[in-house]
Design a protein around this ligand. Structure first.
Ligand SMILES: [Zn+2]
Ligand SMILES: [Zn+2]
Length: 426
């Protein structure tokens, strides 16, 4: 079966959801389910759940088949339809309100998580079937909410991002689930591009959009001179960009705008600008966009040298993966995480759908090694700032991250102190 990247799956699900609402779908809610709801980087089945009245299920499914984007109908049951669109295949499930919780459990998965739930049910003489529970007398219980379902099994509610069949059931039993990072705890976005490099919007537009989102601070971080992007920030641009940031900042006193850079880590691990140039920025992000055919060992060494620099505050998208296209570098992550923890350099979870990197599992290992994480949007356009931060936060949640693991849950004065401390190592 073909894998769809998270970004493409999200787009398909959004278009169909909007289409259903515009067509007057008789539903109280339409939500993504399956791996999309768990924010997995790749997905095989894109699925939506529409909650409706029992006598409107058929109408809703007919409406789904009639959407203008639908090329043909692949499969139809009493409660679902799978259709082919130009953007891919999608299933729409319809359920009556009373069984909403059961449907969400069954359709969100993962299959490994459901297997574990089945074991818990069995240990309580219950049969787990499609999100319902059947007792010894054969009576079947459906649940209105997921919380009620978990509660019936003596478990706390398990957030969808954790439902991967790892240790989430054990944690729920032991009352030790993480107090996961939430989007509203993010105070600022430290990675975004403007028309000074390959971004689509001006500094002013990015600042205005970020201010509307309620951020306390952002960093403008365009690509450095040797980057592969068609436009980049030349050495001679830096002071003019700084002036523009100052001018825009003066008109937006409610948000702090840091002048940052996403500097290339060159083939031997040196940086694309000299230290004295890097020192002129408020914050420095360093990244590898090109492996130049190097071995995992050589790539790891490049990162380690960058991490060792007192002028590097953040390593962006460390694995350099691209969901649906490439799994990214095979690095010695343990060495990278330990080094980052030692120097205090933050490692990024990049929320761009073309990255979602570090992924949850690696981020979890990084925090276990005591490395600091930062969650950024890496936006190249102002209208994606909120969405890409949401993807980044969800990826962090997949890594069981709590707010104290994440740099940009801190106040601006703490961010400035963090940079200052890094530079004191010089
Ligand atoms: Zn980058
Ligand atoms: Zn970037």
């Amino acid at each position: 079966m073909t894998q769809l990247s998270f970004g493409r799956a999200y787009k398909l699900a959004s278009i169909i959801t909007d289409g259903l609402w515009e067509a007057g779908a008789p539903a109280s809610a339409i939500v993504p389910v399956g791996s999309l709801r768990r924010y997995a980087a790749e997905t095989q089945n894109v699925s939506l759940l529409a909650v409706t009245n029992v006598d409107r299920i058929n109408d809703l499914l007919i409406l789904s088949c009639d959407l203008p984007f639908v090329d043909h109908i692949l499969h139809r049951t009493e409660q679902s339809v799978t259709v082919q669109t130009k953007l891919g295949t999608i299933s729409i499930h319809a359920i009556n309100q009373e069984a909403e919780g059961s449907a969400l459990i069954a359709l969100t998965g993962s299959s490994k998580h459901l297997d574990l739930l089945s074991e818990v049910a069995k240990s309580q003489n219950l049969l787990f079937r499609n999100g319902s529970l059947i007792n010894r007398t054969g009576k079947q219980f459906f649940f209105h909410t997921e919380t009620a379902f978990y509660e019936r099994l003596g478990l706390l509610f398990i957030p969808p991002e954790l439902r991967e069949g790892k240790d989430e059931i054990r944690a729920a039993k032991a009352n030790s689930l993480p107090k996961l990072l939430s989007h509203k705890q993010i105070r600022g976005d430290l990675h975004m591009h403007t028309t000074w490099s390959d971004g689509r919007n001006s500094i002013k537009e990015m600042v205005q959009a970020s201010e509307t989102l309620g951020y306390d601070y952002i960093a403008i971080t365009d690509h450095s001179q040797s980057a592969g992007s068609n436009k980049k920030l030349a050495l001679s641009d830096i002071s003019r960009q700084k002036d523009e940031i100052r001018a825009v900042s003066a008109q937006h006193p409610n948000i702090q705008v840091l002048h940052g850079i996403e500097v290339e880590i060159l083939s031997k691990g040196s940086l694309d600008f000299e230290d004295r140039v890097l020192a002129s920025f408020d914050i420095v992000l360093a990244s590898l966009h090109n492996d130049e055919g190097q071995s995992p060992q050589a790539l790891t060494e490049r990162y380690l040298r960058a991490i060792d620099s007192p002028y590097v505050d953040i390593i962006t998208h460390p694995a350099n993966r691209s969901p649906g296209l490439s799994n990214g570098y095979t690095l010695d992550f343990d060495r990278i995480f330990t080094a980052a923890a030692t120097t205090g350099t933050a490692l990024e979870i990049d929320g761009a759908p073309s990255h979602l990197d570090l992924d949850g599992q690696l981020a979890r290992r990084a925090t276990e090694a005591k490395a600091m994480i930062v969650v950024d949007s890496d936006c190249h356009r102002s209208d994606a700032l909120h969405r890409q931060m949401q993807f980044g936060v969800a990826t962090a949640r997949r890594g069981w991250l709590e707010p104290q693991h994440v740099l940009n849950t801190q106040k601006i004065k703490d961010i400035r102190r963090f940079v200052k401390k890094q530079r004191q190592r010089a």
